[in-house]
Design a protein around this ligand. Sequence first.
Ligand code: HEM
Ligand code: HEM
Length: 178
Amino acid sequence: MQRYTTTAIALHWLIAILIIGAFTLGLVMTDIPGFSPTKLRYYAWHKWAGVTVMALAVLRLLWRLGHRPPALTAAMPAWQRAAAHGLHHLLYVFIFAVPISGYFYTLAAGFPVVYFGLFQLPVLIAKNPALAETLKSVHYWLNMSMAALVGLHVLAALKHTIVDRDGTMRRMLPGRSH
Ligand code: HEM
Ligand code: HEM
């Protein structure tokens, strides 16, 4: 069974860690009452992590367009291949849609995004409170949908590892041979 390339593996896990971190921080920070310095710091970290995901997602998509993933094991039924490919495509859509919705929500709410406090990212839309309300719930629901899909994705990975023991998990883990 062949592995994904080292670049694909590194990007997969880096993006997964950042998404899980940003997701957790998103839930924690919005639960803090008032405007404490901690809350503001968490919002900043959340936005930086999210923007980093957006940038890595562009690299990942470019890499993916130039590299076919290794073939799946021949033992896998056709419906499972189709389900895996469909789910992977959807996950790619969410890796972009979630941070983009957060970015546009922030701009519509009237806040600039200053990446790592160093430079301001483009203000692509003007402040618009009505649009901000909509984008806030869009960001929320995109997140909940992505969480459900990631849950399925992880269950599938566990099923391949524990029940089928077919080496699918090793395709996405670092190792010596490809
Ligand atoms: C991987 C990317 C991201 C994930 C997983 C994520 C996840 C979340 C989650 C789970 C929440 C809490 C929603 C709620 O309980 O109401 C949230 C809120 C928020 N996100 Fe993100 N987010 C991401 C990217 C971004 C980006 C790039 C920005 C802006 C640059 C952003 C700005 C915000 C803001 C301002 C809120 C607070 C909304 C409120 O005050 O209710 N997010 N995010
Ligand atoms: C936010 C979290 C995650 C996202 C967005 C995500 C997304 C993706 C995507 C888009 C692919 C397809 C790669 C391609 O063909 O280009 C993939 C593959 C894979 N992911 Fe994840 N993933 C996440 C977390 C995880 C976790 C936690 C696990 C393990 C427990 C995992 C295990 C795998 C495996 C084994 C593959 C390779 C599947 C195959 O052989 O075709 N992923 N993931």
